[in-house]
Design a protein around this ligand. Structure first.
Ligand code: NAD
Length: 249
């Protein structure tokens, strides 16, 4: 039995993850951790002092995740990270720490298999288009922008092409931010936040006379659960550092 702890257990994702762990025969939910609520451990330290944890799954918030991950790796606790908002230098730090401590760490900005395929298709298309922009649309309680998925998509596309706005004329923003945020290799990312959406993303590719749109919509948080379980089973058996579910799919 894999002994699983869930950090952020009372959140939207955390609750779904706890239910999924409980429904899996090869896993045992040994700790629910959340700073809110009564019947949970208040910190990873409290939980790890009380119970043995094989893998900790973190779905908390951008401002907590770096400290949570450092604590886990420094204490030999394998971690699966769903929380978004980690900066490039923090990811690099965790990669080195994971290697140094020989403790598994898997970070996936998106655990939905369909969204991961969208990223893989976008990477493929990036070879053939010099112009591309990303529009991501989320519910209005999301704390970080752009989404981790959009950043990861841009990173994967940038591995295939050096500049995504090659023929654009010099431009002026009459309203600041109108052209979105500029990420890797000039990929513009536009973030929409409003009730009604859960998590959607469209990657637009353009060249002379054609537009290619690759779109993914998550309509239920259940779409992430297969990916989270895949990540737990990988991490319990490995001590490697993985960034992106596509690397274990
Ligand atoms: N990787 C993915 O596939 C994926 C999918 C959906 C959401 N997310 C990300 O997961 C994170 C959580 O999303 P959510 O919608 O469940 O948020 P949420 O606000 O509903 O839940 C977060 C929970 O974490 C708790 N929490 C915050 N800081 C904590 C800490 N230091 N220790 C313990 N508990 C803490 C809060 O009390 C809350 O219950 C966000 O960063 C979101 O972007 C990732």
């Amino acid at each position: 039995m894999i002994k699983v702890a869930v950090c952020g257990a009372l959140g939207r994702m955390g609750k779904e993850v706890c239910n999924t762990v409980l429904a899996n025969n090869d896993m045992e939910l040994v700790a629910k951790i959340d700073i809110a609520g009564e019947d949970t451990y208040k910190s990873i330290q409290d939980a790890s002092n009380a119970v043995k944890i094989d893998v900790l799954i973190d779905f908390t918030q951008p401002k907590s995740i770096f400290e949570n991950a450092k604590f886990c790796l420094n204490n030999g606790i394998k971690i699966v990270i769903g929380t978004t908002g980690l900066k490039d230098n923090e990811i690099e730090y965790l990669k080195n720490l994971s290697k140094e401590k020989n403790t598994g760490c898997l970070i996936a900005p998106n655990f939905s298999t369909g969204a991961v395929l969208m990223m893989m298709f976008a990477k493929q298309a990036a070879k053939y288009f010099d112009n591309a922009e990303i529009i991501e649309l989320h519910h209005n309680q999301k704390k970080d922008a752009p989404s981790g998925t959009a950043i990861k998509t841009a990173l994967m596309m940038s591995e295939e092409n050096e500049d995504f706005t090659t023929d654009n004329c010099p431009e002026t923003e009459t309203i600041k931010g109108a052209r979105g945020g500029i990420s890797y290799n000039n990929i513009h990312i536009h973030s929409v936040r409003m009730p009604g959406f859960m998590a959607s993303q469209e990657v637009l590719f353009g060249s002379n006379g054609q537009i290619l749109k690759i779109r993914h919509d998550s309509t239920d948080r259940k779409c992430y659960m297969d990916g989270v379980m895949l990540a737990v089973r990988h991490t319990v058996n490995n001590n490697d550092f993985v960034y992106g579910l596509e690397n274990i799919m």
